[in-house]
Design a protein around this ligand. Structure first.
Ligand SMILES: *Cc1c(COP(=O)(O)O)cnc(C)c1O
Length: 396
């Protein structure tokens, strides 16, 4: 074996992670996903899934997955363009396009792949990509693969975006690309202002709507619908693995030409396997359910208001924002992680986030509220935050 040196090196690096508190230990969930889960043999209320409408394990969606499996089989053993496209794949793409008011959409195995396969496929040396500094890792990696000039603007800072657009003058195509919801902070991109700047500077606008699709906007069409600019967004990437049933799958929605080009040239699409039929059927059902889920979106808003008011009421600081992501700001990494550990003892499952996932000194517990939470579960969380907070001296 010639890997001895690498293994020694990795052991040293792993020890360093453990010493600095940055080593990730995965907790084992002993039940299906839901508002209540089993961890360490005990029930806990789950406040860290992206299960905003509670559709993970929704009975109609699970049934649709079974139906897809029965009718269309387990897998295609092929990429899409060879022999991996079944009728339901095309139907789902067209349904996604229509859902967002775009011409069409292209499916990927994940949104990570959708972002990885977007930028280099449409932009070259002559072009410019303008990207928010807090964009998701998959956008950063996608942009890295692309030869366009890169401009990273300060988070949601329109003066800086304007300055970068000035610098990018003369580029053939200019694409502003941003997370529509920033998942660590729960704030929205300033899309109306971004669209305005784009119009003034002959630029296109693209968003990654992973934390918006399904639960934001009156019809669940995401952050752009919420902010009234859906028809001004040129490209939308998003996931089927969060609100839309929670399994896996991603897509890019946009013009007919864009989708056609991506199907011809996008590498994670051309060189990776077709999305399994069970997922495709379930995702189509999830879109239907989302369309009819106005009551769940209202419930999610009410739950979020109750949780925010309750936590602020006991003296905790929550970042402001209109989404069901509530960052409880604690500052200190050790406090954030011990608070999360102790909350689990009270039957409340949350995770502490610290550097490098969030800036140094801004450690936090990120709560994700779901429409599936009961009032009783939310109140139980607030009581537990108070008890643990007092013990740690962060609330009076
Ligand atoms: C979750 C997430 C992704 C990745 O989506 P997958 O479908 O799980 O690959 C990409 N972008 C953002 C902003 C996300 O939150």
């Amino acid at each position: 074996m010639s890997d001895t040196k690498l293994r020694e090196h990795l052991r040293t690096e792993l020890d360093k992670l453990k010493e600095t508190g940055l080593y990730k230990r995965e907790r084992l969930i002993e039940s299906p996903q839901g508002s209540s889960i089993r961890v360490n043999g005990k029930e806990a209320v789950n406040f860290c899934a992206n299960n905003y409408l509670g559709l993970a394990n929704h009975p109609e969606i699970v049934q649709a997955a079974h139906d897809g499996l029965n009718e269309w089989g387990y897998g295609l053993s092929s990429v899409r363009f060879i022999c991996g496209t079944q009728t339901p794949h095309r139907q789902l793409e067209q349904a996604i396009g229509k859902f967002f008011g775009k011409d069409d959409a292209i499916l990927y195995i994940s949104c990570f792949d959708a972002n990885g396969g977007l930028f280099e496929t449409i932009l070259s040396e002559d072009d410019a990509i303008l990207s928010d500094e807090l964009n998701h890792a998959s956008i950063i990696d996608g942009v890295r693969l692309c030869k366009a000039k890169r401009f990273r603007y300060k988070h949601n800072d329109m003066a800086d975006l304007k300055a970068k657009l000035d610098e990018a003058k003369g580029s053939r195509f200019k694409l502003i690309f941003t997370d529509s919801v920033f998942s660590m902070d729960g704030d929205l991109a300033r899309l109306p202002d971004i669209c305005e700047l784009a119009d003034q500077n002959d630029a296109m606008v693209g968003i990654d709507d992973c934390h918006g699709t399904g639960h934001l906007g009156a019809g669940g069409r995401g952050a752009a619908e919420e902010l009234g600019v859906l028809n001004r967004i040129d490209v939308i990437t998003s996931t089927l693995g969060k609100t839309a049933g929670g399994a896996a799958g991603g897509f890019t929605a946009g013009s007919a030409e864009l989708v056609d080009w991506l199907k011809n040239r996008s590498r994670p699409y051309l060189f990776s396997n077709s999305v399994p039929p069970s997922l495709v059927s379930a995702a189509a059902k999830a879109l239907d359910v989302i369309g009819k889920s106005g009551d769940l979106r209202d419930k999610l808003k009410a739950n979020t208001r109750r949780m925010r008011a309750g936590l602020e009421g006991i003296g905790l600081t929550i970042k402001p924002g209109p989404t069901p992501i509530l960052p409880v700001m604690l500052g200190d990494a050790v406090i954030a992680s011990s608070m999360a550990d102790q909350l689990l003892g009270h039957g409340i499952y949350v995770i502490g986030f610290s550097f490098p996932v969030v800036p140094q000194g801004q450690a936090r517990i990120r709560l994700q509220v779901s429409a599936a939470h009961t009032t009783e579960q939310i109140d139980r969380a607030i009581v537990a935050f108070k008890a643990v907070g007092q013990e740690l001296g962060v609330v009076k």
